[in-house]
Design a binder for this molecule. Structure first.
Ligand SMILES: [Zn+2]
Length: 201
């Protein structure tokens, strides 16, 4: 999906309807920063906002995702393309999460193995310290890479309002979590809850 094109289309339709970014944001109950972000091609509207957005702009979801007005002739083909794009995005998110898990497990195993070796083997003190530092770096990098990949894959769903969002890196790292949920503050309703991890935007 071409985010720049979709963004320009949203801006064009918004202006055609005579809305400011602020007015459109108010209709959708979101911040005008979010509208501005979409229009700059910096992220797509969440699924839960797509229908209300389309209604406000008097377009359909297929046109929104295509970033252009559609005729009866190209409607069906565009719908199929958009559907495949969605499926692909979901698949890539899944791959990223699996990769994140593999990378973190590998880094942790390597790090702890190295730690164990420094204890078991006879070696000079300086070498032992160097190896421990390397092992620690390995563990920290592994966790960091895993977090970055996991953060970029999919979104979190607010328990209170049901809307989805991507947390900031800071909020993500500091949040208490289980395997599938994370305690985050929702940017839409401002409430804190154990948000569910979702694979799509
Ligand atoms: Zn919420």
């Amino acid at each position: 999906m071409d985010q720049i094109k979709i963004g320009q289309f949203i801006a064009q339709k918004r202006k055609a309807c005579g809305f400011t970014q602020r007015q459109l944001a108010d209709i959708l109950n979101i911040s005008d920063k979010t509208v501005s972000k979409w229009e700059r091609g910096n992220g797509l509207p969440e699924v839960s906002l797509m229908l209300p957005l389309c209604k406000a702009l008097q377009i359909n979801v297929n046109e929104l995702l295509s970033g252009e007005d559609l005729t009866d002739a190209n409607y069906k083909q565009k719908a199929e393309e958009n559907m495949m794009d969605f499926a692909r995005e979901r698949e890539e998110s899944k791959k990223k999460i699996i990769l994140a898990a593999v990378v973190s497990v590998m880094a942790l195993v390597a790090g702890f193995t190295l730690m164990l070796l420094t204890k078991k083997l006879e070696m000079a003190q300086w070498l032992r310290i160097v190896l421990i530092v390397i092992a620690l770096l390995e563990i920290i990098c592994g966790i960091g890479v895993a977090c970055a990949l996991d953060l970029n894959a999919g979104t979190y769903e607010c328990r209170k309002c049901g809307k989805r969002f991507v947390p900031t890196a800071g909020a993500y790292v500091n949040a208490p979590h289980t395997i599938t949920t994370r305690r985050l503050k929702c940017p839409h309703c401002g409430k804190v809850s154990y948000c569910k991890k979702r694979l799509t935007h």
